[in-house]
Design a protein around this ligand. Structure first.
Ligand code: HGY
Ligand code: MN
Ligand code: MN
Ligand code: MN
Length: 415
């Protein structure tokens, strides 16, 4: 039986040292893909991997791998990883807990001299958050073969710099881009530790979540064109107001998500630009995003179609024109029962209370699940807060989750 303890100090130091690489100190954590602070954080992780005796690999889109070689390196390896990029003004645990836990689990296994047939790789996935390029999970999407070389040219940030230009400027060899994609035999299994980003575990008073399915996001960018006019001299009946039309859609997103047949449907409009954004001008143009999710693709599909068809009616009623792009329409991912029952057995043997659950947040694991059996271990989020500077998870909880993770990885590595 595996009794190695994770080091609370390593976990606390890892999370806090990573948090130094932050462009909004004092206002939460902001570490946006390939900005200076994120590049420094990447170097910190690579140094940590080397200090832990791992060999470091990095692919053409910047996915980083810390390799703990097994006795039979020809066998498909075990993966465990997450992300270190963040949304703006975030907390310091979303993603980082999983990266630090994976490194600590490898250290535990190595220092305990535990034999493992399969190589165990810790992974930092490039850009799980859509913060810079508006598309989530770029690194894991590429690993799943769902990001093509041509897409790099089309995906641009708000300064109109393409992902291709950024990667080339940073010296990534895009001639090797085709080598990123993994096939079904390249990875034996993957387990990601992540903070729950919800309040279920806290409400149940359980320290561990075992994830059965992960919601898949659909992200839509909508632009509404109306007529920009004077707020004082334009009578109400003749206005073509882009913002009131957008407001109808915002409330429609909420109503359809609330009214869907699934309790897991969520819909959010979190980003909106109003033009000319002046108190005394009728908005002539509005651009906003819709984030729609469910762990059931059929339900999400139904809600999305109903939402998109409502645009026609709003267009004719308000004489606006509505353009939209479905940026991504990602499948939810079911976790592997074999891995989940193995994790369950570990919790039972250690008499650790756990909860089988759905993840409303998406994770890189929804793409890793396209080429390998996956699971996720959740640790509690205080008050369910996340994507918020006050995001908090007790280090003791991450320690416990890391010990379950380490034993899971070791078990899988000897299968
Ligand atoms: O939005 C999400 O679900 C993830 O935390 N990026
Ligand atoms: Mn996040
Ligand atoms: Mn995350
Ligand atoms: Mn509902």
């Amino acid at each position: 039986m595996f009794t190695m303890n994770a080091s609370l100090e390593n976990i606390k130091n890892g999370i806090n040292e990573l948090d130094q690489f932050n462009s909004t100190k004092g206002q939460g954590t902001t570490r946006i893909l390939f900005t200076d602070v994120e590049l420094e954080a990447r170097e910190y992780i690579k140094d940590k991997m080397k200090m832990n005796g791992l060999t470091v690999e990095e692919d053409a889109i910047g996915n980083i791998f810390g390799v703990l070689e097994g006795q039979d390196p020809k066998l498909p390896p075990i993966w465990s990883g997450s992300h270190i990029d963040t949304v703006k003004h975030a907390g310091k645990f979303d993603g980082m807990a999983g990266v630090i836990a994976a490194l600590e689990a490898q250290r535990m296994i190595k220092e305990a001299g535990m034999k493992h047939k399969r190589t165990i790789k810790s992974v930092v996935f490039t850009s799980e958050e859509p913060t810079r390029f508006g598309l989530c999970c770029l690194g894991s999407r590429a690993l799943a073969g769902e990001l093509q070389r041509k897409d790099l040219r089309e995906i641009c940030d708000e300064d109109e710099e393409s992902l291709e230009q950024v990667l080339e400027r940073l010296g990534y060899d895009l001639n090797a881009f085709h080598l990123i994609k993994k096939s079904n035999h390249d990875v034996y299994a993957s387990v990601e530790l992540h903070i729950e980003q919800g309040a279920v575990l806290e409400q149940l008073g359980k320290p561990i979540g075992i994830v059965d399915a992960i919601a898949g996001p659909s992200n839509i960018t909508v632009t509404i064109e109306g007529v920009q006019e004077h707020a004082g001299s334009t009578p109400m009946p003749i206005r073509v107001d882009a913002l009131t039309a957008a407001s109808e859609i915002v409330l429609k997103v909420e109503a359809l998500a609330k009214g869907s047949s699934s309790e897991h449907t969520v819909g959010t409009v979190g980003f909106m630009e109003v033009y000319p954004n002046a108190s005394n001008a009728i908005p002539g143009k509005v651009t906003f995003t819709i984030d729609l999710r469910d762990s059931d693709m059929a339900v999400k599909e139904e809600v999305l179609q109903e939402l998109l068809s409502s645009f026609k009616e709003i267009e004719s009623k308000r004489q606006v024109s509505i353009h939209y792009v479905v940026d991504n329409h990602d499948q939810p991912m079911h976790c592997d029962n074999h891995i989940n029952s193995m994790i369950e057995k570990i919790c039972l043997r250690k008499s650790i209370d756990y909860n089988r659950m759905i993840s409303g947040a998406y994770h890189d694991s929804i793409f890793v699940g396209k080429f390998a059996p996956i699971s996720m271990i959740f640790v509690p989020s205080q008050g369910g807060l996340s994507h918020n500077p006050n995001e908090w998870t007790d280090f003791e909880d991450i320690k416990l989750g890391t010990e379950i993770l380490a034993e899971s990885l070791l078990t899988l590595a000897n299968e």
